[in-house]
Every structure is written in structure tokens, then in C-alpha cells.
Design a protein around this ligand. Structure first.
Ligand SMILES: *Cc1c(COP(=O)(O)O)cnc(C)c1O
Length: 370
């Protein structure tokens, strides 16, 4: 062992693809904001989490599963896949699970994207898409959003070529909240090669107006190149336990499965997800409360003169442009932590009634509509 610090050149160097990666920036926590600004009582509306702790039924199932934590869990999560299959009315062979839907997205990249392959997605969208594309050495091809912060389907269709390996569509989109209808997706899919994987990221599906349609039932049977990803993190309130699922053609799912690192979805997570499905009526009541709060927040913002894109998820997006960083900071100093996208806008999670009321009052203090 050398007793001196090695100089930089003697350290192992990351792959160039990793060197170029931006670090994933999670939403700032309330405790961090309190420490930075010397305040108390901060609230976090930055990560689109559910404001309520997990249901008692779920906590009981997690507790029971914890008693078996000396054993490895079922790597294939057979019981959970079957439960998802019966719940959704699909063949369990077309269902897989992962460590949150970001785990599944990483598996999709590992499965399909080689160095030099083109990956197409509208931008701005979910922040892990560029990270994973860069990690694989893929080529990022992005299309701008429309003036209403929605996906530009013509631009997308033009950007997708036979060289496109994968297309990523978050609907509802993070951070803008806009969504695509299955009829729009079907038209787009008709223009995409069947060898191009099209990922429909439905992390916010439960908050979407059902009139937009259901890609699992309307698109997966028709298009074997479509994979729909969903999660228990947002509507089901299990962000901290890491479990999501994907639905697609059984052969595509079988390929994705090969990339799941052993026991990635632990037994507590599997038990929690099954308990969440068993208690889906109670989950729906909570979702309904969030939807009612979303409507109240939007009405108050519109009343105050703000305009914003169609909000189909559990957050609202205020396109503040070059005022973004300043408004974000003033909100944060007053204990309301939101998610800024520099020079574009802020994303504000719908929290509890009390938290939302505080956000509205604090926003009125720090900014007025342009
Ligand atoms: C929150 C989010 C996810 C994933 O969350 P997991 O906790 O990893 O399931 C996936 N996609 C989008 C667009 C999200 O906003």
C-alpha cells in the first residue's frame, strides 16, 4: 500500500460516457431547505410524492415480509406478476417488475440501446432519459415541445427514422403535465418501424383523465414494439420502497427480464405492491382527493391570472421563463420547496390541502402573473 495520496492520474478513470454524465438531481428535501435558510416548517412539493404515508394494510404486509428478510426474495416476483396480470386483465408473461420504473427504464436501455444507437424523446421531459442515453453511449435526438408545453407529434414523427432504436414518451409528461391520447399514440406508432422500441412511461397514469385511453389495452396487443412502464411510487404512495412494472409483448418482456440484477425488487417491495393492489379502492380514494386538490389549486391559480399547461398528473407546472430561479428561491426561503427548471418553469407537487393552500398563499406573496 502506498502511504501517499495517489495523484489524479493514478486513480481509476471512469468510462468517458460516465465522465460526461450529469449527476441525477433529486428534488430538495424539506430538512435541507430548513438548514440552508435557517427556517422551520418547510414543506416539500418537489418530487411528486404522495402526501400520505402508506396505508396501514400495506405497512402490515411490509412488516410481515420483513420477518423473512434473512432469505432472498423471489427474483422473478411470480406472485406479484400474477397479481398484476389478474388486476389488469393481461397475460402475466407480458408483465415484468423492476426497482421502480427508473429501474425498468435502465433495463430497457440495457436491453435495446448499444453505443451509437439513436434514442428519440421530446424535451423537456423526464431527467433520466438523457442520463441513460449517455450512459449507453447512445445518440440523443430530442424534439421541442409545442407552445403549449405539449409533445409535438409532427416533430416526433419527423425525428424518428429507421436508425431510431428507442423512443421515450412520458405521458403525462414530467415536468409539464401534458398527456397524449391513445389515438394520437396509435397514429404515431403507425409511422414507426416495428423494430423500434416505443416506451410509454405512465408513471402518472392514475392521475390522468380516463378519456385519454389506456395504452396497455389499446396499444400493447396491437403493437409488439410498445412497452408501457408504470410505478407504485406516485399514486400508491410507495416511492421509498422501489417497485414498478412494465407491460409488453411476452418475448420483449423476456428480453428485458434478463437485465434485472438478481433480487433487485426486494421482498418488502413485492409484498407492498401486492397489498396496494389488494387495497386499490382505498388507493383510489386517495387519488380522488389529490385530483380534487389539483382542481382547486388550478382554479385558484387561474383566478389569480396565471396560465399553465393542461395538468394531467399530481403536479402543476408554471412556465415562469427567466423568472424561474428567482421565484423558486423566494418560495424556498419561505419554506415551500418546489422543483425548478432553470429559465423554463417550476413544477409544484399537489400535496395535502394545507400544503397546497400554503403554496398558493406564498406564491401570491412572491410573484404575480406576467
Ligand atoms: C417519478 C417518475 C418515474 C419513476 O419513478 P419510480 O419511483 O422509479 O417508479 C418514472 N417516470 C417519470 C416520468 C416520473 O416522473
Amino acid at each position: 500500500m502506498p502511504d501517499q495520496q495517489p495523484d489524479q492520474q493514478q486513480l481509476p478513470q471512469a468510462r468517458p460516457a460516465v465522465d460526461r454524465l450529469p449527476a441525477y438531481r433529486p428534488g430538495k428535501g424539506a430538512a435541507q431547505a430548513e438548514a440552508e435558510h435557517g427556517i422551520t416548517n418547510a414543506i416539500k412539493l418537489a418530487s411528486n410524492e404522495n402526501p400520505d404515508p402508506p396505508l396501514d394494510e400495506i405497512l402490515a404486509a411490509v412488516n410481515a415480509a420483513a420477518a423473512g428478510a434473512n432469505r432472498y426474495a423471489d427474483h422473478r416476483a411470480t406472485a406479484l406478476r400474477e397479481r398484476i396480470g389478474t388486476w389488469l386483465g393481461v397475460d402475466p408473461a407480458g408483465v415484468t417488475i423492476g426497482a421502480g420504473s427508473v429501474g425498468l427504464l435502465q433495463q430497457l436501455f440495457l436491453t435495446f440501446v448499444d453505443a451509437g444507437d439513436e434514442v428519440v424523446y421530446p424535451w423537456r421531459s423526464f431527467e433520466v432519459y438523457p442520463v441513460y442515453t449517455k450512459l449507453m453511449g447512445g445518440v440523443e435526438v430530442t424534439t421541442p415541445l409545442t407552445a403549449h408545453h405539449a409533445f409535438d407529434l409532427e416533430a416526433l414523427a419527423a425525428a424518428i427514422t429507421p436508425n431510431t432504436r428507442m423512443v421515450l414518451l412520458a405521458t403525462p409528461n414530467n415536468p409539464t403535465g401534458t398527456a397524449l391520447r391513445t389515438s394520437e399514440l396509435r397514429t404515431l406508432l403507425g409511422r414507426i418501424s416495428p423494430t423500434t422500441v416505443v416506451v410509454i412511461d405512465e408513471a402518472y397514469r392514475e392521475f390522468l383523465d380516463p378519456a385519454f385511453g389506456d395504452p396497455v389495452h389499446e396499444l400493447v396487443p396491437e403493437f409488439p414494439n410498445v412497452v408501457v412502464t408504470r410505478t407504485f411510487s406516485k399514486a400508491h404512495g410507495l416511492a421509498g420502497i422501489r417497485v414498478g412494472y412494465a407491460v409488453g409483448h411476452p418475448d420483449v418482456i423476456a428480453s428485458i427480464d434478463k437485465t434485472l440484477f438478481p433480487f433487485a425488487v426486494n421482498g418488502l417491495a413485492q409484498a407492498a405492491a401486492i397489498a396496494a393492489i389488494d387495497a386499490i379502492d382505498l388507493i383510489q380514494e386517495r387519488v380522488d382527493r389529490i385530483l380534487a386538490e389539483r382542481a382547486r389549486v388550478i382554479a385558484a391559480l387561474v383566478d389569480a391570472g396565471w396560465s399553465m399547461p393542461d395538468a394531467q398528473a399530481n403536479f402543476v407546472y408554471l412556465p415562469l421563463g427567466d423568472r424561474t430561479d428567482a421565484v423558486y428561491l423566494e418560495l424556498e426561503k419561505r419554506g415551500v420547496v418546489t422543483r425548478p427548471f432553470s429559465n423554463e418553469g417550476i413544477r409544484v407537487t399537489i400535496g395535502s390541502e394545507e400544503q397546497n393552500t400554503r403554496f398558493l398563499a406564498t406564491l401570491a406573496e412572491v410573484a404575480s402573473p406576467a
